[in-house]
Design a protein around this ligand. Structure first.
Ligand SMILES: Nc1nc2c(ncn2[C@@H]2O[C@H](COP(=O)(O)OP(=O)(O)O)[C@@H](O)[C@H]2O)c(=O)[nH]1
Ligand SMILES: [Mg+2]
Length: 207
């Protein structure tokens, strides 16, 4: 699996401002500061494709990045969608509420959406809003891909157990990841290509 190109396509603070889907899309969701943007950069091996931040709650927009990949000799396009972070307590109530519909609307209304990566900080574990998101994804039949990130922040001896604990707690597969070391990159790409049907012959975008 090689990433040949990666480029910013569009950013918007309302669903109606986004271009219609062209290729298969995979969304990245998680609490503010969990490492969504870093994860996208790490997946495409670009340091600065997506802006990351030490200050939580900065990204209020939906940003779409297009990648061209080569896998098993075939080329394919895939759109990676960085969703606004949720669960940032310091923001005003009105603003927090205005984020829910944007995320929900995107997940509900994009016909090209193949799956949603739900990112959890391995040291913090699953929070109530993560569970709500997973329930919502089940209800609209969008496949979640769970990622436990920042594994580099745990001593190597504790990583496996922490991922396994999360997996048991959620009753779903969890892929450990570190955007600092790239650990988990190959495993996560496999899951992304599988949910996007890019590893199968019928990978053409929806009509
Ligand atoms: N050690 C470590 N830090 C990370 C990792 N991923 C993200 N970070 C840091 O966490 C902070 C938030 O990352 P960012 O990608 O902007 O999070 P977002 O708000 O979810 O998009 C930044 O300071 C990143 O450098 C990781 O895998 N390991
Ligand atoms: Mg971000």
């Amino acid at each position: 699996m090689d990433v040949l190109d990666a480029e910013f396509v569009a950013g918007a603070t309302a669903i109606g401002q986004l271009p219609a889907p062209t290729f298969a899309e995979v969304a990245f969701a998680g609490r503010s500061n969990v490492g969504k943007s870093s994860l996208i950069n790490s997946l495409v091996r670009r340091k600065k494709l997506v802006r990351t931040s030490g200050a939580p709650g900065c990204t209020r927009a939906i940003n779409i990045f297009r990648v061209r990949i080569r896998t098993n000799g075939d080329e394919a396009h895939l759109d990676l969608v960085d969703l606004p972070g949720y669960g940032y307590a310091q923001r005003s109530k009105a603003e927090r509420r205005s984020w829910g519909p944007l995320i929900e609307g995107f997940l509900r209304e994009r016909p090209g959406l193949r799956g949603a990566i739900v990112i959890i900080d391995i040291r913090r574990g699953v929070q109530e809003d993560d569970l709500q998101l997973l329930e919502f994804l089940d209800s609209i039949e969008v496949t979640p891909i769970l990622v436990a990130t920042k594994t580099d922040k745990l001593p190597a001896s504790k990583r496996k157990l922490a991922v396994e604990t999360l997996r048991r707690e959620l009753g779903r597969p969890v892929t450990g990841y570190s955007s600092v070391t790239g650990d988990g990159r190959e495993a996560l790409w496999k899951r992304i290509l599988s949910v996007s049907s890019i590893d199968r012959p019928d990978s053409s975008p929806p009509a």
